[in-house]
Ligand binder design. Sequence first.
Ligand code: KPL
Length: 301
Amino acid sequence: MRVLVFGAGAMGSLVGGLLSRKHETVLVGRKSHVAAIRQQGLRITGKTNLVVRPEAVEVLPREPDPDLVIVAVKAYDTANAARALKSLVGTALFLSLQNGLGNEETLAASGARVLGGVTNQGITFVGPGEVHHAGTGDTYIGPFERAEREDAVRVVEAFNESGLSSHLVGDIRAELWLKAIVNACINPLTALLRAPNGYVLRTSATERIVHDVIQEGVRVAARYGVDLIATDVFERVASVVQATAENRSSMLQDLERGRRTEIDAINGAIARLGRKQGQPVPTNALLAGLIAAAETAPTTR
Ligand code: KPL
């Protein structure tokens, strides 16, 4: 399979790096990361320990011909990614492996065949040419729009062969909501507390917040036809917290680097959709507001 990973951040680099051992893989990323990968390869440390040599480029090759495009940019960049990748819509299959709600819809609006995906891997971007695999987690992939079950089967097989434990799911929308609520619990709390994921369920105060985020999220999802059970969602949160206990969430990493976070596509999206439905969403709204404020607070720089 020829794979193009658009967005070689922590997640894109890990997934693309592992796939490159079995598949022709091109990573599209930032200048310094691309230069380091070209010079010394991509170093993955932690739960996975190896150096791989995927092709790395700063801009899309002039005539790319991938079978699979993995979109791994931040949620706020999905619309730009869809525009940049427009020429591949007729030939390639698209897979979003992003955080937050709405990414698959944005890609599908360009006419692409889209697979939805969620992954619970805990990965830290160490610096140019290096990512740290701090916690293992499963990946769930399924057809979202215009894509067939067989497309998802091929991609799940490629992931599993490359060491990325993956599962085919029939109802990817439910998985996307479930992951969005998991992120809504873990990401803002870890970012505000400057603590690794393992801290999220270590105090009764944070545990209460997690329960409130889940209750609100489950009610909003139900109005979109996605039936989740709050206790199952809590179990998923607990298992991701445990499996990625030492990881610093992507939102914490973003704040620490003075970068914009994905809050708008996570708690922000749940709060927005809830308000539209006339549902109370005070905890998600509060967390979204606090992270938005933390993005510009002087201490984040
Ligand atoms: O998705 C993640 C993130 O940090 O964005 C988890 C799974 C919570 C791992 O940290």
